[in-house]
Design a protein around this ligand. Structure first.
Ligand code: FE2
Ligand code: FE2
Length: 246
């Protein structure tokens, strides 16, 4: 990534750290009991996923930044972690106001955290972007599953930030892959795509109520997730996302 491009990302994250997105307090905030039952466990799992001190990521990013002489990267990742913590706080605040209990453990969250600790910055990014791409599809589904205005705007706010995250991470990953031998690049692409498909499948299996409620079946959900993956990580082969979005 060129220094000018890094500066643009840094400016973005600095601006949003100084002007964090908030949810207007005047929005209607009515969550019907049946909606609450539908989303409670699911939203708590995603809230847990957003919540991280980010120590492992920051250390990996700083090591990577030193090795590749890109000092801005450490600061960007620091600001990025702050943004994720704000997502967790916004979700938690909504949950508290609606009597939804937070989770302290979830097996899917546990596996993701273990995987991210296993290796260096690049593998961390692969795991992270997989979760975020599927998360964006999920938040859009959650938005359409509820009539609560506050939750709708909250979902849109999270997606707005996450789109920037995946934009930044995909640019970094594609740059890193471009420097590799073609065979290694192909192998990495296959492995990442398989991991991503596995992630989307796990999210489908563990959040079926919310996803079915807004019209997805396993096939349409997986297809939309893979279209997002292709758009960001296989740009040369990407096609338009399917139009059959529920
Ligand atoms: Fe997030
Ligand atoms: Fe994110």
């Amino acid at each position: 990534m060129l220094p000018d491009e890094l500066r643009i990302w840094l400016n973005h994250f600095e601006y949003h750290a100084e002007h964090p997105r908030g949810i207007p307090p005047t929005l209607a905030d009515v969550l019907r009991p049946e909606e609450r039952r539908l989303i409670a466990s699911s939203i708590a799992t995603f809230q847990l996923g957003e919540q991280s001190q980010g120590g492992t990521l920051l250390r990996a990013a700083e090591r990577f930044a030193r090795r590749h002489e890109i000092p801005a990267l450490g600061r960007i990742v620091q600001l990025f972690i702050g943004e994720e913590q704000r997502h967790a706080a916004l979700l938690r605040c909504f949950m508290e106001d609606h009597g939804i209990a937070p989770k302290s453990r979830d097996w899917t969250d546990h596996i993701f955290r273990r995987l991210r600790r296993l290796a260096g910055f690049e593998l961390y990014l692969c795991v992270l972007i997989s979760a975020e791409l599927v998360g964006n599809v999920y938040y859009r589904a959650l938005e359409s599953a509820t009539g609560c205005q506050r939750l709708k705007v909250l979902c849109r706010t999270l997606v707005a930030d996450e789109l920037v995250h995946v934009g930044f991470e995909s640019q970094l990953l594609l740059d890193l892959r471009a420097g590799r031998a073609p065979a290694v690049r192909t192998l990495m692409r296959w492995a990442h795509r398989a991991f991503f498909a596995g992630t989307a499948t796990v999210v489908w299996l563990t959040h079926p109520a919310v996803l079915r409620h807004c019209g997805y079946n396993a096939r349409s959900f997986l297809r939309l997730c893979l279209a997002q993956y292709a758009f960001y990580l296989e740009p040369a082969t990407a096609t338009l996302a399917p139009t059959s979005v529920p």
